[in-house]
Ligand binder design. Structure first.
Ligand code: RFL
Ligand code: PHB
Length: 388
């Protein structure tokens, strides 16, 4: 089998790249380790930048997002017993959209199926070969060993994928910070606590009240790294969440039976470079951010934007300039999102080892934020998404 671009991974990065390439007349095949249902069952991101929305439009996959997505013009910060609104639209002219990663994935999968593009689900032992010469992907399908020859390989296989490992250790540099806590997330069919997202910083730790629709909430609390989901029956979760919110938000919280509950550790990670020969990394395969800034999926989308434009330049104009600049261009934006996500995490969470001095600094940071237009502009222009 032969294709122009062999894509590893059918998460949002791989599926979006596939649709954009198809829209530009570039042939591609996706190899995915899991089943389609498994991929759709992973509950993750919920907040989409305007740039990501524009890419989904260009891919022809934004119709449902525009009817069902919730447009938000602000966020709320809860600390010191009060709630404070930060307007996103006034300083930036931009808004964000609440639309689940599961729904984006579903829309992209349906469009891919409708276009008749090839996706091999449950592809085992996917391995890139000869990425400096004539790239190939070997894999096992239904017990049979197969090979896909391609011009380029896009490694969109997430943090635990194989493509980053195909870059030799002497070439790859990794930068990492692991945070001493995780997020416990609960999905529940109850209306949102507020019309906008509430990011709460409290002496008991961080909490976030997000949503998926007018009748479905997505709620998170900071938890210990050694906590297990079984340690957090629903009653304990809601009691702890209420203690971390201002009184008005706590009064609005409607407990209900959780329909999903999971724990995610928090990590910052960047691998450089994002290109090795004809192999290009995109999304979580190259970098991870803690979810506090809502940047992970949106960074995957901006990588895909640069890679898509580079591949279009190569095939339509015979120029390698975009592909040659890919790693540097993508990393410049990645590091700014890393900085912002680290800052949001550091400002809002309770660090087990923090001193009284550290906590006073956090309070001063939040106080400054609410009293300074400049500080709010810095937050908002990063939160709505820096330009591509
Ligand atoms: P994914 O989604 O991990 O997809 C990678 C795909 O590759 C497959 N794969 C392989 N396929 C073949 N062979 C192999 N050897 C393979 N190894 C792996 C996997 O099965 C999978 O299908 O990476 P991608 O596409 O780069 O997308 C990244 C996003 O999923 C991620 O950044 C976001 O979910 C992060 N994130 C958020 N991002 C936002 O922009 N806004 C948010 O509000 C937001 N909230 C979140 C989040 C992540 C969270 N968790 C659980 C980490 C909230 C949470 C709690
Ligand atoms: C979510 O809705 O899952 C979500 C929203 C904002 C974040 C993180 C997660 O910062």
């Amino acid at each position: 089998m032969r294709t122009q671009v062999g894509i590893i991974g059918a998460g949002p990065a791989g599926l979006l790249l596939g649709q954009l390439l198809h829209a530009s007349g570039i042939d591609n095949v996706i190899l995915e380790r899991r089943s389609g249902d498994y991929v759709l069952g992973r509950i993750r991101a919920g907040l989409i930048e305007h740039g990501t929305v524009a890419l989904l439009e260009q891919a022809g996959c934004a119709d449902r997002l525009h009817t069902e997505g919730l447009v938000h013009e602000g966020i709320e910060l809860s600390f010191g017993g009060d709630r404070h609104r930060i307007d996103l639209k006034a300083p930036t002219g931009k808004v964000v959209t609440v639309y689940g990663q599961t729904e984006i994935t579903r829309d992209l999968m349906q469009a891919r199926a409708a276009a008749g593009l090839k996706t091999v689900y449950e592809a085992e032992a996917v391995t890139p070969f000869d990425v400096m010469g004539r790239p190939r992907l070997s894999y096992v399908e239904h017990g049979e060993r197969k090979e896909l020859a391609c011009d380029f390989i896009a490694g969109c296989d997430g943090f635990h994928g194989v493509s980053r490992q195909a870059i030799p250790a002497e070439v790859l540099r990794a930068y990492e910070r692991v945070y001493p806590f995780g997020w416990l997330g609960v999905m529940v069919d109850r209306p949102p606590v507020s019309d906008e997202l509430i990011y709460a910083s409290s002496p008991r730790g961080f909490a976030l009240c997000s949503m998926r629709s007018a009748s479905r909430s997505r709620l998170y609390i900071q938890c210990r790294l050694d906590d297990a989901v079984e340690d957090w029956p629903d009653e304990r979760f809601y009691a702890e969440l209420a203690l971390r919110l201002d009184a008005r938000a706590a009064a609005n919280l409607e407990p209900g039976p959780s329909i999903e509950k999971s724990i995610a550790p928090l990590r910052s990670f960047v691998a450089e470079p994002m290109r090795h020969g004809r192999l290009f990394l995109a999304g979580d395969a190259a970098h991870i951010v803690p979810p506090t800034g809502a940047k992970g999926l949106n960074l995957a989308a901006s990588d895909v934007h640069y890679l898509w434009r580079g591949l279009v330049e190569h095939y339509q104009e015979g120029s390698g300039a975009g592909l040659d600049a890919y790693s540097q261009t993508a990393l410049a934006r990645v590091w700014k999102a890393e900085r912002f996500s680290w800052w949001m995490t550091s400002t809002l969470h309770l660090f087990p080892e923090s001193s009284g001095f550290d906590r006073r600094l956090q309070e001063a940071e939040l106080d400054y934020l609410m009293s300074s237009r400049a500080a709010q502009t810095t937050l908002t222009e990063n939160y709505v998404g820096l330009p591509y």
